[in-house]
Write a protein that binds this ligand. Structure first.
Ligand code: B12
Ligand code: SF4
Length: 499
């Protein structure tokens, strides 16, 4: 049984330039590698992404090709990769996974005939059973957690796959199968040796716009502190990675987890740095742990502040108050931790004045701003509501990157107004005298590096807009339609063409 696991070719954002191996693929590969002959390929870091994929599939003729979709925004890359795989090796079985196909299985299968199966939900056990069933030519419909179209073109879902209870039963992600030294890998805003890791799955909250809590069925599970420490140490010793954006939706959901992490990292003394995600109510609850977090290496908390109007927070079911948001940011500052606020713009009732008020609200506290344009991800309550109200103007998922607006506001019927507001507000934020002052005088090296990075991006973007000087180029990126034109392939019916 030959299995090829693929992270399809993606376009890296020019301004953030952040790329990391998909935590999903590394984990899936680790889980199945002991029993199957597997290769893992991240096409984004290939010299010739589509060409290398085609060449590998032709050479390997894998029995099964697995395609991962980290974000809705990447789904057409998955569909295009599926089409190319079928072109190169029609007998290979294609299975796709990730939150987006899981939340829209029938739509995805009908839009892309080159995808044979979708793994709905958590992947490790489903994938393992699926590969075993293919190998032994057993009945695939007995494998839970799969969706497919049967011979009558009817949609089949084989039933819910129970979640893995203990994440420590999963092996170490398969870093050994990845080119960890590739120059694209890392988060340039945080430094050269930065990386993304994942130690927990899910979130019990139910913010209406969030696909994460829906995908993980509002369940939260975590790795033990010892297992976290072990992975961090491995990443330091073998791969020289010393700063981590921890992708867990909420790091300190329980106090025990925070306490365990602090104890573990203080005793291991790896000197690594961590950027966590959390919520205001939990930061307030754990105020007494903040010094411990800082001493254990945490340098920043990312908090979903979202808005400065209570009505907006209530509309998206955030379950926090403005007072809590303010207090949480004050606590982080008081304990010497950087505040990264993520905020949402583009809610229907938001006015331009609201946005200015929001900027004022953030100003005294925020060191790092993550501004997102509200995006209706299929599968969420927010999507359903917006769909009913007819507000979703763009259904092309390649625009669902949280930068481009796909819904108007009451005040801004033209979507470009919202997209432009995003750019101009971000620019304004980082060009404020107080942020420049931080860049020049802060004793926090990471903060200075971060601000320098954003300033450079601002200057590059300015040169690009005014003088046409190109931004950073992902030299190897090629649009799928350009590749198939170059190869002279026809576009087949039932496959998404991308043209
Ligand atoms: C890592 C990550 C990235 C990496 C992706 C690297 C890569 N190679 O794909 C980087 C940093 C590059 C990234 C970028 C972006 N990201 Co991102 N990212 C994450 C993050 C932090 C962790 C995801 C993760 O590791 N999950 C854990 C794994 C185990 O879960 P999983 O991916 O669902 O995989 C499981 C199943 O889905 C399934 N599965 C998955 N693939 C496959 C394949 C097969 C064959 C099978 C069988 C099963 C299977 O099995 C897996 C294991 O159980 C999440 C948010 C979070 N959790 O906090 C956001 C998140 C996924 N990103 C998001 C977004 C929007 C983006 C961006 C598009 C924009 C932005 N605003 O950040 C950018 C794109 C930038 C660009 N083009 O340059 C959103 C997606 C929302 C959505 N529904 O689309 C998320 C949820 C964050 C958020 N809350 O907004 N991201
Ligand atoms: S936005 Fe954050 S807190 Fe809200 S449901 Fe999603 S992961 Fe949980």
């Amino acid at each position: 049984m030959k299995f090829l696991l693929v992270d399809p070719p993606h376009k890296i954002w020019e301004f953030l330039r952040a790329w990391v191996p998909s935590p999903a693929c590394l984990q899936l590969a680790a889980y199945v590698e002991k029993d199957f002959d597997i290769e893992f390929m991240d096409c984004t870091i290939m010299e010739n992404p589509w060409g290398d994929l085609e060449e590998k599939v032709k050479r390997l003729r894998p029995d099964v090709v697995g395609l991962s979709t980290a974000c809705t925004y990447f789904v057409y890359d998955t569909m295009n990769a599926a089409m190319l795989v079928k072109e190169a090796s029609p007998e290979s079985v294609v299975i796709a996974g990730g939150a987006h196909p899981s939340l829209t299985p029938e739509q995805t299968l009908r839009e892309c005939k080159a995808i044979d199966y979708i793994c709905v939900g958590e992947g490790e056990i489903t994938l393992h059973e699926f590969l075993a069933a293919i190998e032994k030519k057993e009945d695939i419909s007995k494998v839970k957690g799969l969706a497919f179209l049967d011979e009558n073109n009817s949609f089949v879902y084989t039933g819910e796959r129970p979640l893995i209870e203990d994440l420590d039963t999963l092996p170490m992600p398969a870093y050994h199968l990845y080119n960890m030294d590739h120059p694209y890998i890392g988060l340039p805003s945080e430094g050269k040796r930065s990386f993304v890791v994942n130690f927990a799955r899910g979130c019990p909250y139910d913010c209406s716009f969030c696909s994460e809590s829906v995908f993980w069925r509002r369940r939260w599970r975590s790795r033990s502190p010892a297992r976290i420490g072990e992975e961090c140490e491995l990443l330091k010793e073998k791969y020289d990675r010393t700063l981590f954006y921890v992708g867990d939706n909420i790091f300190n959901l329980t106090r025990e987890r925070g306490e365990g992490f602090i104890k573990e990292m203080l005793s291991r003394k790896t000197g690594q740095k961590f950027w966590f995600q959390s919520r205001s109510n939990l930061i307030i609850r754990d105020e007494d742990l903040m010094d411990g977090f800082r001493d254990a290496g945490v340098y920043q908390f990312m908090v979903g502040i979202e808005h400065s109007k209570q009505e907006m927070l209530d509309n998206i079911n955030k379950r926090v108050t403005l007072e809590e948001n303010k207090k949480a940011m004050q606590i982080l500052k008081k304990h010497g931790l950087m505040v990264m606020a993520t905020i949402i713009i583009g809610l229907y009732d938001e006015t331009r004045k609201d946005r200015n008020d929001l900027m004022q609200f953030l100003r005294p506290y925020v060191d790092h701003l993550g501004m997102n344009v509200i995006t209706p991800y299929p599968g969420t309550k927010f999507y359903e509501e917006m769909e009913k109200l007819g507000r979703i103007k763009i259904k092309d998922f390649s625009k669902y990157d949280q930068i481009q607006a796909v819904m108007p506001t009451r005040e801004e019927p033209d979507l470009n107004q919202i997209t432009d507001a995003h750019i101009s507000l971000m620019r304004k934020y980082y060009w404020q005298p107080q942020e420049i002052w931080k860049l020049l005088t802060s004793r926090n090296k990471i903060l200075r590096h971060h601000h320098r990075h954003f300033l450079k991006i601002g200057i590059t973007a300015f040169k690009h807009e005014v003088f046409g000087i190109p931004m950073w180029q992902q030299e190897t990126y090629q649009k799928f339609e350009d590749y198939i034109k170059e190869r002279g392939y026809p576009l087949k019916e039932g496959n998404w063409s991308g043209v």
